[in-house]
Ligand binder design. Structure first.
Ligand SMILES: Nc1ncnc2c1ncn2[C@@H]1O[C@H](COP(=O)(O)OP(=O)(O)OP(=O)(O)O)[C@@H](O)[C@H]1O
Ligand SMILES: [Mg+2]
Length: 267
């Protein structure tokens, strides 16, 4: 793959969930090196889009290419692809009976045959990268929410994935911790030569560190451009979302008519 090829390329994508279409006609190319913010109201399909990137959800139509090849359907090939995608989910997913260092070591122990001293060294480097070397031996319950999020970030980085995907990395964090995490997302992206896709509704914390923003609403991409262009947009749909107005082109219940909310939505 040439250096300039997009790291994610989506064309004519339609994604269905629970028998109905969540997203349609999605076209998106994410160039290497960028931090891309994916914004949109709750239930608009942001996490669904991420699920298509990791191969968790099969497209109903269209194509998804990640790291230069179509997302495979075969489980073995899919697991291989996923080693190249670092995923940070909303809930951190840290194992509570393991220390910070042990949590970060987990993907290395599972997916590599590196000797323990090498893994220990890599773990120290990852914790250092998120500013938490001193917290290596702490258990998750001994960490603040922001620190725990950074440990989860270090763990997502453990295998040096070229692509990072963050789903709501700021949930539950105060503005200071949010700023720290978003700064870190940007800094790691640049220093490690990553590409980052950040799903969030924290518009004001995210846009300053993003190169590109897309807004998803009403089943499709309603905006794609620079953060500055987004802020300047006069599109009523975009304005309603950015300004947090309850009334406008985005219905209060963002799900299309006839849909029943899924109990899985929060998962
Ligand atoms: N596993 C599932 N089965 C059926 N429907 C689902 C499933 N997951 C999500 N949905 C539905 O798909 C739509 C999009 O959900 P999604 O989780 O992608 O939204 P989101 O933009 O990530 O929202 P939020 O900001 O609240 O996380 C919702 O209407 C949701 O009810
Ligand atoms: Mg979501």
């Amino acid at each position: 793959m040439s250096e300039s090829a997009p790291i994610v390329r989506i064309a004519g994508l339609r994604l269905d969930r629970g028998g109905r279409t969540v997203l349609r006609d999605i076209d998106l190319a994410v160039p290497r090196g960028q931090v891309v913010a994916v914004l949109g109201p709750s239930g608009s399909g942001k996490s669904t889009l991420l699920a298509a990137l990791t191969g968790e959800l099969e497209p109903a139509a269209g194509t998804v290419e990640v790291l230069g090849r179509p997302v495979p359907r075969n489980m073995r090939a899919l697991l291989e692809l996923r080693k190249g995608i670092g995923v940070l989910l909303q809930g951190n997913g840290l194992l509570t009976d393991l220390t910070a260092a042990e949590n970060v070591a987990l993907p290395l122990r599972t997916h590599t045959r590196l000797p323990k001293p090498v893994i220990d060294r890599l773990v120290r480097m990852k914790l250092h990268a998120v500013g938490l070397r001193a917290a290596a031996d702490a258990f998750p319950r001994e960490l603040s929410g922001g620190m725990a999020r950074r440990v989860a970030l270090a763990r997502a980085l453990a295998l040096d994935p070229p692509l990072m995907i963050y789903d709501e990395p700021l949930t539950g964090l105060d503005p200071i911790a949010s700023g720290v995490v978003m700064e870190l997302v940007r800094r790691l992206n640049d220093s490690l030569g990553l590409t980052s896709i950040v799903v969030t509704h924290h518009v004001h914390e995210t846009l300053p560190v993003a190169d590109h923003a897309i807004v998803i609403a009403n089943g499709g991409i309603v905006f794609s451009g620079t953060p500055d262009a987004l802020q300047a947009s006069t599109d009523p749909l975009v304005r309603q979302f950015l300004d947090g107005q309850p009334d406008g082109p985005i219905p209060f219940d963002a799900a299309p008519r006839g849909a029943t909310p899924s109990p899985m939505e929060a998962a």
